[in-house]
Structures are given as structure tokens and as C-alpha cells.
Design a protein around this ligand. Structure first.
Ligand code: I3P
Length: 461
């Protein structure tokens, strides 16, 4: 993908909100640019996935499936959504204008350094995934928060005030959509994955995908909101696999290393002894080096998954898991997350077992290098508990005829990602949580009975 296009989409299309609230002249100009860029990309994407990009359901047709939601964090990208917004985004014609992606594995020939391929620092900030949607409590947290009143197409009585909190992820990647849905910044990789997943065994375990839409001059993936069926949900994001960067990122960094100060700073915040003497002197760390360091600090390398963030129903939010590495520590975080509830733990375990089974039969899974994808755990006080496979921005198709086993050691060149190995460890972790929780529940009930017996004996005397 031409570098020029990517830069335009991040800077000019208002990822930090400039395209929404500024004057109409700017909006028009921005929209014109976006249209132009989208048009260029439509043809290209159509060549890749022509047959599958048709027939996106309208809002009314969209299946009401539980989904993930995330939202813009920056104030500029939030506002009340109006009927005409949705008319713009989803109408009968629904032009399939495809924006470019800041994460693309297809444009390597045009890029000049690792960052040209790997990241767009103008549009991305930190982390990884999810957010939450809940009834407004009026509380004001330091977390990135977006308040949106969804006014249409719902009646006054159906209006709901929503708060969305983004646990992790690239800032500004999400916008509000019609109720039950969200808009996620367009990524070619992710779109192609969703198109292929339409006919795959994993379909039941990924967010509903309703095609692409254009809004405010930007292109988005129209997806279901995974939190919609929950009442004050607890949400955890686990990034899967032993590797969190693509092999091509590694190659590029080797060919054209580009130390980044922001990654050096992030590394220093966690461990001042993390950077090498050379990295200290240049005050910069390359992306793969940073990613590898993150993997060794967390449980990615040792367990094949890591905890990225947790949002609990009480409003507390944690993303400080960069040094959560040992199995013992991971178990403790999970126990806290499920609140010592054995039923929720068992529901999660059963869902993970279903996911494992589906992965083993999935053609999509066999034919893709799955990098940076997460499992999203969601439960609420009704013991409704679900796990979803999310984030396919860096999930890349293998060359024709090549497949992965996902459970053998990664060596550069074999593109293995350790996803299944990580899932196996995740299941073992949940089993340990379940055992501990059951033992504690048994202990408590015995203790209660003992107290009870003592009372009876005392009464009898
Ligand atoms: C970020 C995290 C993201 C990565 C991002 C990192 O680190 O590893 O997965 O984005 O790279 O900065 P952290 O979790 O410590 O904040 P990608 O997955 O898209 O590569 P970026 O800074 O280049 O966006």
C-alpha cells in the first residue's frame, strides 16, 4: 500500500477527531481526500476479495449477535450520533469505499523502513484491544472514556446513555454505531479475515461482521458489539500466541532498523535496565526488539498468552500486566477476575474447549499466521460468560498450499505462532483456577456447617 495513502488516512481523516468537529470546509476537503483515497483502494481490495465483499446486511438485517465494542477515546471523535450520520454510513448503496490500513502485510514493496510497514505513529498510540459499554454512572475516570447518546433509530424510551472504556488498543480506532454495533477503523487484513471467516468453523466465535462503511470520510468495519447482551460486564483481554510481531516485521527491522523513542520510553517505564547500552545512548528501541522484550517480560513466551487488560463491573480498570509472567500470578489474576465464582470459571472453560475444537477443524486457522489476536472474556452477575476471538489486524494468510500447526516451536521462517499451545496453557490455567475456587467453596461450606453444628450442640446443652 502506498505510503502516501497511509499517511493521509491517519493525518487528514481525523483519527484524533479533527474530521468530526471542525468546520464544514475542512470536513468537505477531508471527505474529498478520503473519497479519492478510498476509490483507489476499492479497486485493489476488490481484486483481492471481489466476490466476498458484496451483500453486507443493512442495519436492520444485521444479526443481533453478542459482540465486541470499543470506542474512540479522544474527545474529538465522540459526539451524539444523529440519524443522518447513519444515513451517510449505511444506506441502500453503501458504497464500498475502502480506506487503507495502518497495519498491512500487503504493501511491503513500497515501504522504506520497519515503521512504514509496522506502525503509523501519527494515528496509533498504545496497546491493544477492548472497551466497555455500560450504563452511565456519572463517574469520571482517568481512563479514556467516550460518552455517546445514541439517538437514532431508537425511540426516546430506547435511548441509552453509554460509557465506553478502551482497555487497550490503538487510540481512536473505534466509533459509535447503531445500537448493538460498533465501527472499527478499516484494516485490509482484518476485512479479508472476516470475509473468509464467513464460511469457517470459527464463525460462531468471532464478532459479527456486517461489511464496511464510510463515515466522516473514513472507512470502517461494521461489527457487532460483544458486550451488548451483558449487564455491567467484566471484561478481560488475553493476547494469544508466543509471538506478537510478524516475521516480515523482523526482516524489515533487520534491513532498515528504526529505533523509536516512544518504545524506549515505554520500556524504561517498566524496567530501567531493559534497554541495552546502545539503546540507552540512542534513546531508541526498534519495534521487534520492543515486542520481544514485552514477550519475555510477560507470559507470552512462557505460556503462549498474556493478560492485556481487565475492566471490572465496579468501574475499575487495569492494564498494568506487563510483568505478569508466572503461572501462579496469572492464576491469581484470573481468580480475581472471576471473583472466585466456580460457575463462571466452568462456563469459560467450556467455551474455551469449544473454541479449541473449532480451531482444530478450521480451515482459516490452518491457513493463517495469527499474530496479535486476543481472546476476549466477558461475564456479568447473571453468570452469563462468553469468550470471543477478536482482532485480526495482523492475521496473515500463508502462501497457497502452506499450513501451520500452531503448536510447535517458532523458528524464523516457519511462521508458527504458538496459538494452540497458548490456548492449551490457558485452559490449564483456568482448570487450576477452577480447582482452587472449588476447594475454597468446599472449605467455606464445610466451615459454615461446622459453625452451624457448633451452634446446634450449644443449643442442645
Ligand atoms: C504495543 C503493543 C501493540 C503494538 C504497539 C506496541 O506495546 O505491543 O501490540 O501494536 O506497536 O507499542 P504496549 O502493549 O507495550 O503498549 P501492533 O500490535 O499493531 O504492532 P505500535 O507502537 O507500533 O503501535
Amino acid at each position: 500500500m502506498p505510503k502516501e495513502c497511509r499517511r493521509k488516512s491517519s493525518k487528514d481523516f481525523g483519527l484524533s477527531g479533527t474530521g468530526i468537529n471542525e468546520g464544514s470546509r475542512l470536513e468537505r476537503r477531508t471527505a474529498e481526500k478520503a473519497s479519492h483515497t478510498c476509490d483507489d483502494l476499492v479497486e485493489k481490495a476488490a481484486q483481492i476479495a471481489a466476490s466476498s465483499v458484496t451483500g453486507a446486511p443493512t442495519v436492520m438485517d444485521a444479526p443481533r449477535v453478542p459482540q465486541v465494542t470499543i470506542t474512540p477515546e479522544s474527545g474529538g471523535s465522540s459526539r451524539e450520533m444523529q440519524k443522518e450520520d447513519w444515513d451517510d454510513a449505511v444506506d441502500g448503496t453503501l458504497r464500498r469505499k475502502l480506506s487503507n490500513s495502518s497495519i498491512s502485510s500487503t504493501g511491503s514493496s513500497a515501504v522504506e523502513s520497519e515503521d512504514d510497514l509496522l506502525s503509523d505513529n501519527e494515528s496509533k498510540s498504545k496497546g491493544i484491544i477492548t472497551l466497555e459499554q455500560l450504563v452511565d454512572t456519572g463517574e469520571s475516570k482517568a481512563w479514556w472514556k467516550l460518552k455517546t447518546i445514541v439517538q437514532w433509530p431508537f425511540s426516546v424510551t430506547q435511548k441509552r446513555k453509554l460509557n465506553w472504556v478502551q482497555l487497550a488498543g490503538h487510540k481512536g480506532n473505534f466509533k459509535a454505531a447503531d445500537e448493538g454495533n460498533i465501527l472499527k477503523k478499516f484494516s485490509e487484513n482484518e476485512m479479508l479475515c472476516f470475509e473468509k471467516l464467513r464460511d469457517d468453523a470459527l464463525l460462531l466465535f468471532v464478532p459479527g461482521y456486517h461489511g464496511t462503511v464510510e463515515k466522516d470520510g473514513e472507512c470502517f468495519l461494521h461489527m457487532t458489539d460483544l458486550l451488548v447482551n451483558f449487564d455491567l460486564p467484566n471484561v478481560m483481554d488475553c493476547k494469544m500466541g508466543v509471538r506478537t510481531y510478524l516475521e516480515e516485521e523482523l526482516v524489515r527491522a533487520r534491513e532498515r532498523p528504526k529505533p523509536r523513542e516512544d518504545l524506549y520510553t515505554k520500556m524504561m517505564e517498566v524496567d530501567s535496565e531493559g534497554p541495552t547500552p546502545q539503546e540507552h545512548s540512542q534513546r531508541g528501541v526498534t519495534k521487534p526488539r520492543y515486542m520481544q522484550w514485552r514477550e519475555t517480560m510477560s507470559s507470552t513466551n512462557t505460556l503462549g498468552f498474556r493478560i492485556e487488560g481487565i475492566k471490572k463491573c465496579d468501574g475499575t480498570c487495569r492494564t498494568d500486566f506487563k510483568k505478569t509472567r508466572s503461572k501462579k500470578d496469572v492464576i491469581q489474576v484470573f481468580k480475581d477476575f472471576v471473583g472466585g465464582n466456580g460457575n463462571i470459571t466452568k462456563s469459560y472453560l467450556s467455551r474455551l474447549t469449544e473454541i479449541r475444537q473449532a480451531l482444530k477443524t478450521s480451515q482459516f486457522f490452518r491457513q493463517h499466521e495469527v499474530i496479535g489476536s486476543s481472546l476476549l472474556f466477558i461475564h456479568d452477575h447473571t453468570s452469563n460468560a462468553q469468550v470471543w476471538i477478536i482482532d485480526f489486524g495482523k492475521t496473515t494468510a500463508l502462501p497457497e498450499g502452506q499450513t501451520l500447526s500452531h503448536d510447535i516451536r517458532w523458528q524464523e521462517g516457519n511462521r508458527e505462532d504458538g496459538y494452540l499451545w497458548g490456548l492449551e496453557n490457558l485452559i490449564h490455567t483456568l482448570e487450576s483456577v477452577s480447582n482452587e475456587v472449588t476447594a475454597e467453596e468446599t472449605f467455606c461450606s464445610v466451615a459454615e456447617e461446622t459453625d452451624c453444628c457448633q451452634t446446634i450442640e450449644a443449643d442442645g446443652q
